[in-house]
Design a protein around this ligand. Structure first.
Ligand code: ADP
Length: 389
């Protein structure tokens, strides 16, 4: 089945057209600066390379119209559309076909992820209206975490508050963690039972997966929780917010921006949110960069142990996403933090570059360590096929 995977943001729209059987990507691209001056579409097509189209994109409807026009020349007709949805809230334990009801649910939970869900719901509605003959599927990034044990998702807040405001751990990166489990299970021929999936990109989260079930994850009500990320601070004492508001004089919106956009590697290094720049700085002796890397790997190590505790053990770890798949240095630093658990990676295997899943631990390592490239688009497309195919 040829599936168009759509990932809408408030001013952008990423798309990828791929085949579920072969995994072949026919075309992909990004509509940028939607509703802003200087909008354009960066498009990449198999056999034709990359191109940039400078077009007016006043709204998402126009962007989708252009995407379908561009895709007309591709020899793979769209047979279904999969929509990445950041927050499924309390409604989606799994992916779901778009109906009036499921669309309304995406909007209802939008206050939990206002920067994403409203735009995503609009795009879902537009696609359904413009192409009524095509099926549309909602793939929430939270669905994989929906059934984690209550001890993991419940916050120790008053019951009425938790219930009235749906305050709980929802997690994120669920589609990636689910893909990683699926790939690891296949690659290890069923020998992995307690996996910690380490999705380390600009946004980063760990997920404890026991025989395919999510037992806990490091992101919380929102993706701000957990690890130190590119620009997010991760876990800190919640009272920091009250203190910054009451004593520091910051507004809630300023604290929101500070913690989501101005913190993490960027703040500690003072150089960049991109781990490559931070590694380069540390190599040149910059102490702030060194501390940023130290904090990043310390927290991955610490929360790795937390994830293992949620399963009463761990036999496999998988590195994925931009840093996890590519940064030889940060994988080594994380492994060093886990030496006390018997983690040992082989420097030569760690240095191998490949697009395939691979083992990087030594035969003596107590935990099998893998690098597994993630493919959220393929996972979304497979859900579309399962529901519509
Ligand atoms: P997101 O999808 O959350 O925006 P990515 O998964 O693309 O993030 O990860 C971005 C991070 O991956 C950046 O910190 C970047 O430094 C790192 N990264 C990407 N490619 C490489 C590479 N070839 N070597 C080392 N780090 C890399």
């Amino acid at each position: 089945m040829n599936v168009l995977v759509v990932n809408a943001g408030s001013s952008s729209l990423k798309y990828q057209l791929l085949n579920t059987q072969s995994g072949e990507v026919f075309a992909k691209g990004n509509c940028e600066r939607i509703g802003i001056d200087g909008s354009f579409i960066g498009h990449e097509e198999k056999g034709a390379g990359k191109s940039t189209l400078e077009v007016a994109l006043p709204d998402h409807r126009t962007a989708i119209k252009h995407v379908f026009e561009i895709l007309e020349t591709v020899d793979a007709p769209v047979e279904g559309i999969g929509h990445r949805v950041v927050q499924g809230g309390w409604y989606f334990p799994e992916s779901a076909v778009v109906t009036d009801e499921t669309l309304a649910q995406v909007r209802e939970v939008a206050p939990l992820a206002p920067l994403h869900n409203y735009a995503e719901a609009d795009v879902i509605e537009i696609c359904r209206d413009m192409f009524p003959e095509l099926g549309n599927v909602i793939v929430p990034d939270t669905a994989f975490h929906y059934n984690m044990p209550e001890r993991a998702w419940r916050y120790a807040l008053p019951r009425d508050v938790v219930e009235k405001h749906h305050v709980r751990k929802y997690g994120a990166h669920g589609t990636s963690h689910r893909f990683i489990w699926r790939t690891v299970n296949e690659f290890m021929e069923g020998k992995a039972h307690k996996l910690v999936s380490c999705h380390l990109g600009s946004g980063a989260s760990l997920c404890a997966i026991e025989d395919g079930h999510c037992m806990d994850t490091t992101m919380g009500l929102t993706p701000l929780d957990g690890l130190v990320m590119g620009t997010r601070c991760g876990t800190l004492d919640p009272a920091t917010v009250f203190y910054l508001s009451r004593v520091g004089g910051y507004s809630i919106d300023e604290i929101d921006t500070m913690m989501n956009k101005q913190s993490g590697l960027l703040a500690v290094s003072g150089v960049s949110s991109d781990s490559r720049d931070v590694c380069e700085g540390a190599d040149k002796g910059d102490e702030n960069c060194e501390m940023a890397l130290e904090m990043f790997s310390y927290r991955v190590g610490q929360l790795f142990a937390e994830m293992a505790a949620s399963m009463g053990g761990v036999d496999t770890m998988a590195f994925t996403a931009g840093i996890g798949e590519n940064s030889v240095e940060l994988r080594q630093r994380v492994a060093d933090k886990l030496a006390w658990l018997g983690v040992e990676i082989d420097p030569e295997l760690n240095a191998v570059r490949s697009d395939d899943p691979r083992v990087i631990s030594t035969p003596n390592s107590k935990i099998t360590c893998l690098v597994v490239p993630t493919n959220e688009e393929l996972m979304i497309a497979l859900d579309v096929e399962a529901l519509l195919g």
